[in-house]
Design a protein around this ligand. Structure first.
Ligand SMILES: Cc1cc2nc3c(=O)[nH]c(=O)nc-3n(C[C@H](O)[C@H](O)[C@H](O)COP(=O)(O)OP(=O)(O)OC[C@H]3O[C@@H](n4cnc5c(N)ncnc54)[C@H](O)[C@@H]3O)c2cc1C
Length: 312
């Protein structure tokens, strides 16, 4: 992650300012506010603002006149009940705003989550930084053989070195051509005063997908949990999952009771179909069930076995 001195000073000034408020605040999240949490090689996630806390979920569920909370154990029990029974609207009463710096190919996955408000840096207006995501060697993996969407073992030796060389060389060459077409140096001055330079909105089409972009991303707690259930999942691509994991750390600080219920009922849970449940019941009754007489497809069978086996 790279911040200019000016950017670091702006963050420090924002953190130094404070104003009294009658609104509930969360000390653990206040401690994180505005600070960039590094993700990938040049990316980050920052909390810019938030509204509500665990108590706001409880307050909305009880439609209270005051804060609406009771003993922590009662509030935790209510939040767990809401999560368990997918009574989701109380979670929509809390909101959070992030500033995210991420590679363009990950932004394309992220933007599919429509239930958020987004404002992205304009590459029609600004020149994009010369920063590209280059995977760490352990994440430079081959195509998975069992799953067409995933990745398998890490590349090694000469093959890995060559891939890294190509990624760096292509991204650098494309950015060099970008600035040459723009006819702008790093300070925005014309490189060749005799040339007009191509418009930023056109020159950007030549950049590689590992170039970093940035946006402000605001969503409510219910939709954040939906995002995390999909993107903090092992099936999600590593490069978006690391952002989801940073958000999970923010969630723990912001709404610890909701975060605990979410980990229990969503992240750590499995859904069993009626057919799968019938198989588990037969097993519990002592029957030796095999896939061919289970009524499940080979894939469903493997998923049930994996769920019953647990991680590791
Ligand atoms: C592992 C993985 C693999 C994926 N692979 C692919 C792929 O190969 N190709 C691809 O195109 N996408 C793919 N996606 C993206 C996926 O299909 C969803 O677009 C993305 O996860 C956003 O989910 P969402 O629509 O539930 O979220 P949101 O857009 O945040 O929506 C949340 C919920 O609101 C409701 N909703 C929102 N908008 C509408 C609407 N217009 N109409 C009806 N209901 C709405 C739905 O109930 C939805 O679940 C993949 C996602 C994951 C996690």
């Amino acid at each position: 992650m790279t911040l200019t001195d000016a950017q670091a000073n702006e963050i420090a000034a924002a953190r130094a300012a404070s104003s009294p408020t009658a609104r509930p605040t969360v000390p653990a999240l206040e401690a994180l506010l505005f600070q960039p949490l590094p993700v990938l090689d040049h990316g980050f996630l920052r909390v810019i603002d938030y509204m509500g806390d665990d108590a706001a979920v409880v307050q909305a569920a009880r439609v209270s006149y005051g804060r609406g909370t009771r003993r922590v154990s009662e509030d935790a029990g209510l939040i767990r009940y809401l999560m368990r029974h997918r009574h989701s609207t109380p979670f929509e009463m809390c909101a959070i705003k992030f500033h995210v710096k991420l590679p363009i190919f990950i932004a394309r996955q992220w933007i599919r989550h429509r239930t958020a408000n987004v404002n992205e840096i304009s590459a029609r207006y600004s020149v994009l930084d010369r920063e590209f995501y280059i995977p760490a060697p352990e994440h430079l993996a081959a195509q998975a053989t069992t799953n067409r969407q995933g990745r398998g073992a890490a590349l090694s030796g000469e093959e890995a070195a060559e891939v890294l060389r190509v990624l760096r060389a292509d991204a650098t060459a494309c950015h060099d051509h970008y600035t040459a077409m723009l006819n702008e140096d790093a300070d925005g001055a014309p490189i060749d005063p005799a040339r007009q330079g191509l418009a930023r909105e056109l020159a950007r089409m030549n950049l590689t997908l590992n170039t970093y972009t940035q946006w402000y991303w605001k969503t409510d707690l219910h939709n954040l949990l939906h995002f995390l259930s999909l993107r903090a999942d092992p099936h999600a691509q590593h490069e978006i999952r690391v952002y989801a994991e940073a958000m999970l750390a923010v969630l723990d600080a912001w709404v610890p009771l909701t975060a605990a219920a979410f980990r229990d009922y969503r992240l750590g849970a499995v859904t069993l179909s009626a057919g799968m449940l019938a198989v588990v019941r037969r097993m519990l009754a002592g029957e030796a069930v095999a896939q061919p007489d289970s009524g499940l497809s080979a894939r469903e069978w493997a998923e049930v076995q994996a769920a019953l086996r647990g991680p590791g």
